[in-house]
Design a protein around this ligand. Structure first.
Ligand SMILES: Nc1ncnc2c1ncn2[C@@H]1O[C@H](COP(=O)(O)OP(=O)(O)OP(=O)(O)O)[C@@H](O)[C@H]1O
Ligand SMILES: [Mg+2]
Length: 351
């Protein structure tokens, strides 16, 4: 992609191939972020890939890429000034602390050029998890909880067995590790991450009991409320200009779709089959954790209505519709939005 599209710069020697540093790197589940396994304390590196995966081409848009460190600084600043997030949740936010992007000299100025040609050359350096865990802690992606081995045994069932806890007690600990930081960012700061199985990392103690959450993917995936909150006053202009916004009622979609629909919908039947926890009990534990969090911060009551996770029905995001009906494989000038089509009942709603 680079040779044909940046040929003049390559010919002039303005773009040169770098030699290898000799380190071995391992792609993470997103395929395009690499872990340095030779020196695990080094930053992970996120690169543009010219592949269309799920909804979008996996490039690094110039402006957004350059804004990554500023977005990180703002998100870190919120956590560092908030004793609940910092001390109680101990939430780990894997900051995107440095970035580089090369704009295409012609394409970036032409609105009609397909967006994937404007995101081809850049890198984001992200803090690794190494060094951020206590000695007894161990981290695994949220997606790993859905893994079932060739004999049909769920990884989650193995972790529950190792913990020595009753399944419902372990699930309570899981929800208590995952939800409070995500809920607090939503309710207090009108800010959401995209907490799907690949972006969310569960931290376990030495008994394989979930204790806290690590989360990554900020400049691409963080969204803030389009209805401005007083808590947004601390947001610098460069962050405000770049962060994606959504109306409050849609902001909750990130938790609904990413976590509840994308992960819990599959984890619930797995827990029913392998751990004997009925699905409705699974969901009532999720609901109880949300209500527990709300009771903890009564002063945010109006936010619970503004960002209502317990609505009777939730909208369906259908990525297949993007592929089959709306966007297909055609080129388009901008990144598509996930297709919203119809609604489904919300298992967290108490009828
Ligand atoms: N279990 C999973 N859940 C969600 N996405 C997954 C999963 N496993 C692999 N993926 C892939 O990971 C990517 C998730 O998209 P997302 O926008 O969060 O990440 P990214 O920005 O490409 O990379 P990174 O998370 O490393 O910053 C997609 O390419 C998707 O196909
Ligand atoms: Mg990701």
């Amino acid at each position: 992609m680079v040779l044909p599209l940046f040929a003049p710069a390559v010919a002039q020697g303005a773009i040169v191939p770098l030699p290898t540093d000799g380190d071995v790197r391992l792609p993470q589940q997103s395929i395009r972020t690499f872990l340095n396994t030779s020196r695990p304390d080094r930053h992970t590196v996120k690169l543009p890939l010219a592949v269309l995966n799920t909804l979008v081409w996996r490039g690094l848009p110039t402006e957004r890429t350059l804004a990554a460190p500023a977005v990180t600084a703002w998100v870190h600043g919120l956590r560092d000034a908030d004793p609940f997030l910092r001390d109680e949740c101990g939430v780990i936010l894997l900051g995107e602390v440095a970035s580089v992007a090369v704009a295409h000299p012609l394409y970036d100025g032409l609105p009609e050029v397909p967006y994937q040609y404007k995101e081809l050359l850049g890198a984001i350096w992200r803090e690794p998890l190494t060094g951020r865990l206590a000695p007894e802690e161990r981290a695994r992606t949220l997606a790993s909880l859905l893994y079932t081995d060739p004999e049909g045994r769920a990884f989650t069932a193995e972790l529950v067995a190792r913990s020595g806890l009753a399944p419902t007690a372990w699930l309570k600990r899981l929800f208590a590790a995952l939800l409070p930081p995500l809920l607090h960012f939503l309710y207090r700061y009108g800010t959401v991450f995209s907490p799907h199985g690949e972006n969310a990392i569960v931290v376990f103690d030495d008994h394989d009991i979930p204790v806290r959450l690590a989360i990554k993917d900020f400049v691409d995936d963080v969204n803030v409320s389009a209805q401005r909150l007083p808590e947004h006053d601390s947001m610098p202009d460069d962050v405000r200009e770049i962060l994606l916004t959504e109306p409050p009622a849609f902001l909750t979609q990130f938790i609904h779709s990413g976590l509840f629909v994308g992960v819990f919908r599959y984890l619930a039947p797995l827990c029913e089959e392998q751990l004997g926890v009925p699905e409705n009990e699974f969901w009532s534990l999720v609901r109880a954790e949300i209500l527990r969090h709300q009771a903890r911060f009564p002063e945010l009551k109006d936010r619970y209505e503004l960002f209502d996770l317990l609505v009777p029905r939730i909208e369906r995001l259908c990525l297949n519709r993007n592929r089959l009906h709306l966007d297909g494989y055609r080129d388009r000038p901008g990144r598509p939005h996930a297709a919203v089509h119809g609604t489904v009942p919300n298992p967290l709603h108490l009828s």
